[in-house]
Design a protein around this ligand. Structure first.
Ligand SMILES: Nc1ncnc2c1ncn2[C@@H]1O[C@H](COP(=O)(O)OP(=O)(O)OP(=O)(O)O)[C@@H](O)[C@H]1O
Length: 395
């Protein structure tokens, strides 16, 4: 477990109930495979956490254990300081919106929304009145008497959202709730979900595949990989200071250059040398220099700095230039075969280069991060070869 995944956990003797949700050392195995492997995090009330990661990395299983649909093999889950591990789902007081958590087709929209309240023993009249309020909140007040099949996909999702928030749950779990919607409706619903969760002051755990959605909506993002949280932080922390190569690659566009960090504070790679960035996860040995395309600048290669070139830069040939409206993307192929993407704002387009130009791509060490090499990524393949060449004396 990375120290990051423990973020916000209370220390021994600290009052646990200051957290709306605390997941501690939770593991779920299917056969010999761990779907979720020793996951821990704690959320202050009102936090919006998004779980982001590739398919099969354990996001839904984590959510399902919090909801109570799946029983963990190890670890504890507490909601507002109360261990809910043995509490059945409907008694957990958690609002749930799962993509496949369908509405009841034979009930009207308002009866669907009133259902969780009636399950809690609230009288029918009161439950229906509250259901109508929740439907107003998602702007479906006029469709209370409709059957779900008479509504569009987006409207049905909004009913599901109303049903999840009708009892004003302090904790709301959402698994790809907008997965089936088109882009326009998705954006509208993202705003709706943020508005409603803020209004209710709910703590939200949200699962999505869409990193843009995660960056826009979340206070915190947990990046999942292979059943574990690889890094947990704000959007900005994940983008600007990824701790691992996986996170650097997964969040936003990145340029990754294999490198060797030296104890004297320098680092070098194939065809370049420079200063070891302060934000280096390792001070010595093999790693990967992480750069963001918008932090790179491009200039004609005038061979400054002699044959080895200027520090913190690499020479190459422009393979392509793509106009994307707000910026120009230059794809540069280095002499050692690495591909670099350089993003130049449109306002600086005078600096633009053309395909076939010899150029030098520069970066500032304060914009770079060095992360450890990912063993999985370097097992076999070209990259291992590149790293071996990098370490070979005489190059
Ligand atoms: N009921 C089950 N039986 C066996 N294996 C399961 C079961 N549920 C999940 N798994 C396995 O656990 C792993 C994690 O699955 P999970 O659904 O949590 O991933 P996910 O990150 O939510 O993926 P996706 O984004 O595709 O929904 C996967 O390898 C999956 O095959």
């Amino acid at each position: 477990m990375s120290p990051d995944s423990q973020r916000g956990r209370p220390g021994p003797g600290t009052e646990a109930s200051r957290f709306a949700l605390e997941v501690s050392g939770v593991t779920k195995r299917y056969g010999s495979q761990a779907a979720v492997d020793d996951v821990s995090f704690a959320l202050e009330p009102g936090t919006f956490l998004t779980m982001l990661g590739p398919s099969g990395s354990g996001k839904t299983t984590t959510l399902s254990m919090i909801a109570g649909f799946t029983q963990q093999d190890q670890g504890t889950i507490t909601v507002a300081g109360r261990d809910i591990s043995a509490v059945p789902p409907h008694q957990r007081g958690i609002g749930v919106v799962f993509q496949n958590y369908a509405l009841f087709p034979h009930l009207s929209v308002e009866q669907n929304v009133a259902f969780p309240l009636e399950m809690q023993g609230v009288r029918r009249r009161e439950a229906l009145a509250k259901a109508r309020e929740a439907l107003e909140m998602v702007e479906l007040g006029t469709r209370a008497g409709s059957k779900p099949r008479e509504l569009s996909g987006g409207q049905q999702q909004r009913v599901a959202l109303a049903r999840a928030v009708v009892f004003e749950p302090p904790l709301l779990l959402m698994d790809e709730p907008l997965g089936a919607l088109d882009k326009r409706l998705r954006t509208q619903m993202q705003i709706e979900i943020m508005r409603i969760s803020r209004k209710l002051g709910s703590t939200v755990v949200y699962v999505t595949h869409d990193q843009e959605e995660a960056l826009v909506m979340s206070d915190l993002i947990a990046v999942y990989n292979n059943g574990a949280i690889e890094q947990l932080g704000t959007s900005r922390e994940l983008y600007e200071t990824p701790r691992t190569r996986f996170v650097a690659d997964f969040i936003g566009e990145s340029v990754l250059l294999p490198c060797v960090a030296e104890p004297d504070g320098s680092c070098h790679g194939l065809g370049w040398h420079g200063t070891l960035p302060k934000r280096a996860e390792l001070r010595e040995g093999r790693g990967v220099l992480v750069l963001r395309p918008e932090d790179l600048t491009i200039a004609p290669d005038d061979a400054t700095g002699g044959a080895a070139g200027a520090a913190n830069s690499i020479a190459g040939t422009v393979a392509d230039v793509i106009y994307v409206g707000s910026a120009l993307i230059s794809l540069v192929r280095t002499d050692d075969g690495a591909e670099l993407e350089v993003r130049t704002p449109r306002s600086e387009a005078a600096l633009a280069v053309r395909g076939g130009d010899r150029v030098r791509v520069h970066w500032r060490p304060e914009h770079a991060v060095v992360v450890p090499e990912d063993e999985r990524a370097t097992r076999g393949g070209e990259e291992e070869l590149a790293t071996r060449q990098l370490l070979a004396p005489g190059r």
